[in-house]
Ligand binder design. Structure first.
Ligand SMILES: O=C(O)CCC(=O)C(=O)O
Ligand SMILES: [Fe+2]
Length: 211
């Protein structure tokens, strides 16, 4: 019993597993791809709990209002953006960012520097079809790496000009990396769902000047 307990503790410790040899690439088209590393973060439910809680020790989640035609509406998810040099809310996130930077160094040619965080409280929270095209990503190839914590939600990708969508279900420590021209020539979204789902947090690591 003692041994089993300590083994479980080890498995549940918050950290990251290796990336080398464990990342599977899906080629979307000649210029774009998606990498998947399921279960990358260990103890991901523990990390989720730490980040989900607000207050002095946790993330200050903020609602965002957005102009839609003549109305201002509340964005259906909570956000917190950590700019370059800002201390991330958990040391494991800094480690995750650095491991990603090391793994993709040759292909990306620069480190991941910022961390955007989104909280989808339930199935009514979502993000509409878009590309991360504010900044350099509107002109050049780049990468956006997304760590998903908590309840799994679908992330869909489709060519910007229209076409069939590709669906990934991400939660509990899964890693998905969008690369190449993905932000320019493809759109992605997290659709609303009528299914009863728990909260999900996504952490998006991006290089400088990409948003
Ligand atoms: O939550 C996700 O997995 C995607 C978030 C996203 O696309 C964004 O914030 O730009
Ligand atoms: Fe995005």
């Amino acid at each position: 019993m003692m041994l089993q307990g300590s083994l479980l503790d080890q498995v549940d410790e918050v950290g990251v597993r290796p990336l080398t040899g464990a990342v599977r690439r899906t080629v979307l088209d000649a210029g774009s791809w998606v990498d998947l590393r399921p279960g990358w973060v260990t103890g991901s439910d523990e990390l989720f709990a730490r980040l989900f809680l607000g207050g002095p020790a946790g993330v200050e989640w903020r609602g965002e209002r957005r102009q839609m035609w003549e109305r201002e509406v509340q964005t259906p998810r909570l956000l917190r953006f950590y700019g370059e040099g800002e201390t991330l809310p958990d040391p494991v996130l800094a480690r995750a960012r650095d491991e990603l930077s090391a793994h993709y160094a040759a292909e990306l040619g620069e480190p991941f520097r910022t961390a955007g965080m989104c909280l989808y409280r339930d199935g009514r929270d979502s993000v509409a079809w878009h590309g991360d095209r504010h900044g350099r990503s509107s002109r050049a190839d780049t990468m956006v790496a997304i760590v998903s914590l908590g309840a799994p939600r679908a992330l869909l990708l489709r060519p910007r000009g229209g076409g069939a969508s590709t669906r990934f279900v991400l939660g509990h420590g899964d890693l998905l990396v969008m690369g190449g021209a993905c932000q320019r020539t493809w759109d992605h979204c997290v659709p609303k769902t009528g299914q009863p789902v728990g909260p999900r947090i996504s952490v998006q690591f991006r290089p400088r000047g990409v948003r």
